[in-house]
Design a protein. Structure first.
Length: 384
């Protein structure tokens, strides 16, 4: 184990020397510096980064030990043990505010000093562990919140998709219903007409109902990791989006040359959510670029699925103009968005990255290509 590094702050040079001698008489302890003023103590602490500072409360000069201790603790996170005399009772109240790890009465008893230092070091380590654990927990909570927000934003998009998918069957249903009035007037209603009417109406209603149950199945969270087939999963997401894809006249296709099935292990619905986020982003980029260029030929998204050594690699290639170079390293940050107020939260890519990399052991990154962006999603292949 490394030596415990101690800095002494004491304006009586003889006392300081005496303490140094005692401390270094013990194995495993070393004194990094003896400072005589608060200012010197801060300089030395910054330079030597001792594990602990033994600080005389009453110091000559403009800064007392309490002020120096506070600064050393705040700036460098180094804990302090105060050296006090009996007469310092009042001052100790003030010293308490700096949360010292202990007090030593002057003149110091050697054994007591070493024990106090050891106890203080132990307490300091424990405090640090606790702080680290709390930080980790806070991060976890923040991540959870973001994932929740992303789900909400995905739900909004979902509703948009459902209403797109419903538009056509709703129109058809409207026509079927209106026809019955004409049919009545022209005396066309008979058993055959009624059977047809019910059959046609039910076809549309079933299509609408399938959209909703499809949505529920597609996005309910998975409880456990399982092997799933990637090409089918991607096609499922595109089927789900077909209403939107058609109404935007986007040319969306999946290519997987020479391969019929590729398996990876993970959460299927989270994978779907990632593909969905990337598709939404590409569609948004395409809409924006069309607005800017009034260029009708823009609008293709290709999902290329392939095997690369032992990895499954998906490329989502669009022609939406790509990400401006100066923003490229920010798009995966939470809440980073270039969309108009109210249109994007900026969590899609962040959450996708967490899902792919932290939950499923994969990789998600992007590069700009001619006319657009390509997002890469990679997972280790599962042999089945
Ligand atoms: N395919 C893409 N082409 C061009 N820019 C993109 C593309 N995908 C993402 N971006 C940029 O990255 C930003 C962040 O994307 P992200 O999905 O995290 O958030 P968002 O789409 O803005 O909002 P949200 O997904 O929360 O609704 C976008 O605002 C956009 O500027
Ligand atoms: Mg997005």
């Amino acid at each position: 184990m490394d030596n415990i590094k101690i800095q002494i702050v004491e304006d009586e040079a003889l006392i300081a020397l005496n303490m140094k001698g005692k401390i270094e008489g013990y194995q495993g302890f070393m004194v990094t510096a003896m400072a005589a003023s608060g200012e010197d103590a801060i300089v030395a602490a910054e330079r030597d980064r001792p594990d602990i500072v033994l600080m005389d409360i009453v110091l000559r000069g403009s800064m007392d030990g309490i002020e120096a201790a506070k600064e050393i603790k705040d700036r460098f996170g180094i804990p302090v043990i105060y050296l006090t005399a009996y007469s310092d009772d009042k001052i100790i109240e003030k010293a308490e505010l700096t949360e010292p790890l202990g007090y030593l009465l002057k003149p110091c008893n050697c054994r007591e000093m070493i024990v106090t230092i050891k106890m203080a070091m132990y307490k300091h380590k424990m405090d640090e562990y606790r702080k680290k654990a709390e930080d980790a927990e806070r991060l976890r909570q923040e991540e959870k919140l973001l994932i929740e927000q992303a789900k909400l934003s995905a739900m909004g998009e979902m509703l948009r998709s459902i209403s797109h998918n419903w538009r056509q069957p709703l129109n058809t249903l409207g026509l079927i219903v209106q026809d019955i009035e004409d049919a009545y007037q022209f005396g066309e209603i008979n058993t055959e007409y009624l059977a047809d009417f019910v059959k046609n109406a039910m076809t549309e209603i079933n299509a609408m109902s399938e959209t909703v149950s499809g949505y529920r199945n597609l996005f309910k969270p998975d409880k456990e990791k399982k092997p799933f087939e990637v090409i089918g999963a991607v096609n499922g997401v595109l089927d789900f989006l077909h209403g939107q894809i058609r109404s935007l006249s986007v040319d969306a296709k999946v290519i997987h040359s020479g391969i019929d099935a590729l398996y990876v292990t993970g959460y299927l619905n989270e994978f779907r959510q990632v593909i969905l986020n990337l598709m939404f982003n590409s569609m948004d980029a395409i809409v924006e670029r069309r607005k800017a260029l009034s260029h009708a030929t823009i609008g293709s998204i290709t999902i290329d699925i392939a095997r690369r050594e032992s990895m499954v690699m998906l490329k989502i290639i669009d022609d939406g103009g790509g990400v401006p170079e100066k923003l490229a390293n920010r798009i995966f940050e939470p809440y980073f968005t270039t969309r108009e107020q109210g249109k994007g939260v900026g969590v899609g890519l962040y959450v996708s990255k967490v899902l792919v990399e932290n939950q499923m052991g994969g990789r998600l990154y992007f590069e700009n290509v001619e006319n657009g962006a390509t997002f890469y999603v990679m997972f280790p292949e599962t042999a089945v």
